[in-house]
Each structure stands twice: as C-alpha cells, then as structure tokens.
Design a protein around this ligand. Structure first.
Ligand code: CAA
Length: 387
C-alpha cells in the first residue's frame, strides 16, 4: 500500500490543473450559457496529451497510467464538467475498446487522430427505446453476401460528442435471434455517406458537451472496420463501460471538489449575526460531512483506477470496483453540490457564481454510463452471483 503519487502522475496533474485554471475556468460560464461546444480548448487539450492519456505513444497518446487519467480528469472537471465529459468519452469510451480489441491498422487509423486531439471520438450504444436495457437495441448491421462489408440501418440516441464526432464506436445487431451474443461492434467514419446527425439535445447540465441522435441509412461499413469478432460487441461495450465509469467517477469527484472548496471559502468570508457563517455548528456539520464524502469518493475512484491498471497484466475484471466508484462519487457530487447551494444561500442560486452550474452538472453523473440503479444492480449481481 502506497498513498504517494509518482512524479509522472503529479506532472500530468499539474499540466491539467494549470490548463484548467488558466484556459477552461474563465470560459466555462459562457459556454454553459450558450451551449457552444468548446472546440478550441479541446484541441489544445489534445496537444497537451490529455485526449489519449492511457494510449501508448505508438498510437499517438501519452502512454500514462489509469491513475494519471483520474488525476487529470478531476482537474479538468473541477473547472468545467463539460470539458470533463468530452475528455472522458475520447479517452475511455472511444479509445479503450479499440486499444483492447483493435487490429494494428484500426489503431493507427482510428486511435491516433483522436489521441492526438486532431479528431473527436464517440461511443454509440443507447437507442431511443433502449437505455439501461442496452442489449435490447434494434439497429441492424447486415453482412453482404461476399462478406466484404456490412450495411447499417437504424438510430442511436444520446450520443455524447455526436454533433462533432469524426469517428464512432457503434454497437449494432448482426444476429437478431442471438440476443446479447448477436451484437457486434463497428468503427464508423462520420464523413461517409449514410451517416446523419439529428439536432443537439438541450440539457440541464454539461451544456457545452454536445449530444444528439444519429441515424444510419444504408451506411456501408467495410468488414475490416468490424471491431473484435462478430457477436462480441456487447462484451466489448460492457468492458469499455467498466473503464468509462471510472472516468465519470473522477468527473464527479472534480465537480464535488470545486463545490466543496467554494463552500469552505464562502463559509469563511460570509458574515451573519456578527460572525463568519463557518463558525456556526450547522455549517460546520455540512463542511465535515462534505469533506468525508469527498475523500471517500476520491479514494474509491483511485482504487478502481489502480485495479484497472493492474488488469492490463492480470486480465482480471474491475467491474464491481468501477461501479462502486461511480455510484459513490456521483451520489456524493449530488450531495455536495446540494449542500454547496445551501451554504451559499441566494448566491448559490444565482448565475453570478458557478455553484448552481456545479449542481446542474452533477446530476448527469447519476445517469449516464449506467444509472445509479444499474450500478447497484451490477454490484449486487457481482457480490451475490444471483440475477
Ligand atoms: N465486462 C465483460 N463482460 C461482461 C460485463 C463486463 N463488465 N458485464 C457483463 N458481461 C457479459 C456477461 O458475462 C454476459 O456474457 P455471458 O452470457 O457469456 O456470461 C454478457 O456480457 C451479457 O451480460 P448480462 O446478461 O449481465 O447482460 P444484461 O442484458 O443483463 O445487462 C447490464 C447487463 C448491466 C444491465 C447492462 O446492460 C448495462 O450496463 N446497462 C447500462 C447501460 C449503460 O451503462 N449505458 C450507458 C450508455 S453510454 C453513455 O452514457 C455515454 C455517455 O453519454 C457519456
């Protein structure tokens, strides 16, 4: 057991913190208000190596570990959760499965531009009628008679970075009678004919992260863009979500930390009844409870990241720990941002301060990449072996 970070991990944390404070924090409120995708800062993050942190250098990434990724995600999300969302989708939902299952040619073609920040990646699992029950998807990919390509038709919804994505990992049904084992994964180039984007979703929070429906009409996907084997898609999707959920846990820790630190500062500055409100026991209790939950979420997220790193060698699953981290950190983010609004009173409710944005942004962490209900189901199934 060693609670110290390596020099390399601290260096990346420092790079992310500096960029977050100098370049992201000053524009976060404006992007939240307009809902405009922050393309310029995302490109700069790519140049800093923040878009492919765990991607090996030979595929254009930073070649760092899962702990480094968590530390960087926390810094970016503390400044702006929207940037955190875009970063997490690129780093994990998009790159993770490709690194594990992709061929050399697929990695060079599809990982490199995204890891270098020149292109944006997305992950398409959800459909209008299937969210939590992901394997009930309907989108079809039909193999051509000569086996050279697949023809894809159907819709996906709630696609994070969908409006701007250059490449997408898509999950589609290749064998309808086989259920979850009839789903396959494909690499989609959004510049090709047959790919369409719907209108962007107006959202409660993470408003600068663009989300939309996408549609495929007779999209031709060459057989060499099948990721993994036919029928392996659902396992790829769930394995990638194990990794993705650690990123969302880190995002939730970042939002929580920002709301907590603002609350501590405000409790010291704001006077009522002749003293700092931080001297009142009711505020002290809130601060103490917020801090305990923040530290617990942070440590659970680091544990999951550490196990994920070990799994590169051992191949062991870290499903339970990823779900525990995501569940605990997202519920902590809701708790802490709620308390932060309360401590700030009217100022917490005003758009003059970022507190109400933290509160709105926190909510999505309890929903995407598996709701809190799904995380509880995953944990209980893994613990009991019962379904
Ligand atoms: N890793 C590898 N394999 C896994 C796995 C994992 N974590 N979890 C399950 N599997 C395997 C199972 O072992 C099983 O294989 P076998 O039949 O060979 O044993 C197969 O996958 C099917 O598993 P289940 O029978 O458990 O599948 P299910 O249909 O009961 O669903 C579920 C399980 C946990 C509910 C799953 O559907 C789930 O996680 N749902 C939530 C979906 C979700 O998180 N969506 C988020 C969308 S992406 C997003 O939000 C992105 C964004 O915007 C940023």
């Amino acid at each position: 057991m060693n609670f110290q970070f390596s020099d390399e991990q601290l260096m990346l944390q420092d790079v992310a913190r500096k960029f977050a404070l100098e370049e992201i924090a000053p524009i976060a409120a404006a992007h939240d208000a307009s809902g405009e995708f922050p393309l310029a800062t995302i490109r700069q993050m790519g140049e800093l190596g923040l878009m492919g942190i765990e991607v090996p250098a030979e595929y254009g990434g930073s070649g760092l570990d899962a702990i480094s990724y968590v530390l960087a995600m926390i810094e970016i999300s503390a400044a702006d959760a929207s940037h955190g969302t875009i970063m997490s989708v690129n780093n994990t939902l998009y790159c993770n499965g490709l690194l594990k299952y992709g061929t050399e040619a697929q990695k060079q073609a599809y990982v490199r531009p995204v890891a270098e920040g020149r292109a944006i990646g997305a992950y398409a699992l959800t459909e209008p009628q299937s969210g939590s029950d992901a394997s009930s998807m309907r989108i079809r990919a039909v193999r051509s008679a000569d086996g050279s390509h697949y023809v894809i038709n159907g819709k996906k919804s709630w696609i994070t970075s969908g409006p701007v994505a250059d490449f997408i990992t898509l999950f589609a049904v290749t064998e309808p009678a086989a259920g979850a084992k009839g789903i396959s994964a494909f690499l989609i180039d959004t510049s090709k004919p047959g790919f369409h984007r719907g209108k962007s979703e107006p959202k409660l929070g993470i408003r600068a992260s663009a989300t939309c429906e996408i549609e495929f009409t007779d999209y031709i996907c060459p057989a060499e863009d099948l990721l993994g084997k036919e029928g392996e898609g659902f396992k790829i999707a769930l394995g990638v979500l194990d990794a993705g959920r650690i990123g969302i846990a880190a995002q939730a820790v970042g939002i929580s930390r920002a709301a907590y630190e603002a609350s501590v500062a405000y409790a010291g500055e704001r006077k009522a009844f002749g003293q700092s409100i931080g001297s009142f026991q009711m505020i002290q209790q809130k601060i103490a409870d917020m801090k305990c939950r923040l530290d617990a979420a942070y440590l659970l997220t680091l544990r999951a990241a550490w196990l994920k790193q070990q799994s590169l060698e051992s191949g062991a699953r870290f499903t339970t720990e990823a779900s525990i981290a995501k569940l605990s950190a997202s519920e902590t983010a809701m708790y802490i941002t709620h308390q932060a609004v309360q401590i700030h009173g009217g100022m917490g409710y005003s758009k003059e301060m970022p507190i109400e944005r933290y509160f709105r942004d926190a909510k999505i962490t309890e929903i995407y990449e598996g709701t809190s209900e799904i995380q509880r189901m995953v944990i209980a199934r893994m613990e009991t072996g019962l379904r």
